[in-house]
Design a protein around this ligand. Sequence first.
Ligand SMILES: *Cc1c(COP(=O)(O)O)cnc(C)c1O
Length: 381
Amino acid sequence: MKFGTKAVQSGNGPDPATGAVMTPIYQTSTYHQASPGQHKGYEYSRSGNPTRASLETALAQLEDARFGLAFSSGMGAEDAIIKLLKPGDEVICTNDLYGGSYRMFVHIFQPLGIRFRFVDMGSTEQVAAALTPATRMLWIETPTNPLIKIIDIAALTQLVKGKGILTVVDNTFATPYLQSPLKLGADIVVHSATKYLAGHSDVVLGAIMLDDEELRNRLFFIQKSCGAVPGPMDSFLTLRGIKTLHVRMERHCQNAAAVAQYLAGHPKVAVVNWPGLSEHPGHAVARKQMRAFGGMLSFSLKGDSQADAFKLMEKLRIFTLAESLGGVESLIGHPATMTHASIPEAERLKAGLSNSLIRISAGIEDAEDLLADLEQALAAV
Ligand SMILES: *Cc1c(COP(=O)(O)O)cnc(C)c1O
């Protein structure tokens, strides 16, 4: 089955109880038992709920995975994955990591004895050099946030193959429509479904997809024991969002291309980070591992003034200044003071996260309107 058909059909009913075509919102915490232990597969909604079960089926199908697990947020999903580890274990992560992941790794799990090393994963040699006998996990995010760097997933999974090291890919930016990490050798795919999968900026939800049954059982045990499960309403909203994922992604990619090309030709713009531009350092790898170049980009201004960046963002009318990404509406953000504010300044600048860097999540509006909005705002700085 092709992707669009799967996106529309997966996780659909008919509901066994009523024949409803759309999966109903089973807003219940508990389930009747005819006699202790005699039930229809559900006992309590932390361990299972039919709306969530439909979503988990759909999630698995999107990544062509055997199993899907839904969490109350992307961070809830990431938290469960790190809990596969124990004190003394080491994780190698990209140094251009989602700020919330960085915060959880360094401030929650590091004090509990799990070690995190941040390296430039664009270089397979640097990852190889960082491996130690204690390395148990590679944490890959590509395209990265907010510098939109590309990491070669196949090269890294190949590097650690047979070494007892799990490879995790945060596939939030690419979505399964553009990139299939499991096919490139990864063990676990994680998503903030809050972004493109749900797609309408109206729900917070996380997802894990994987093929290994033993790992799936361990993650399910963590999910039901620790309890970061999504409610039925949020599961329903995400299921509904997924039905249009392929249609939205196509337009997100087209609009990002138009915006990136426009900005690349603008005299006030210093750098544009979008992997579809042939001068982007990750262009060749992106061509190889992605089916298109995605809806996320970032750019910085000549002179690198934070004040200019703020002025530009205040002048924009169609782009909404807000955290998050992946919704139908175009969003802008200032990573240095918003999503990445918890990264110390010296580390931030060293990683290339400059003061005027602006991140764009291209929505699905008409490209002409987006370009006109940028034109008038850039004229004002
Ligand atoms: C938003 C995001 C997360 C965290 O997900 P939440 O749903 O906000 O908890 C993790 N990784 C990436 C790349 C993200 O953009």
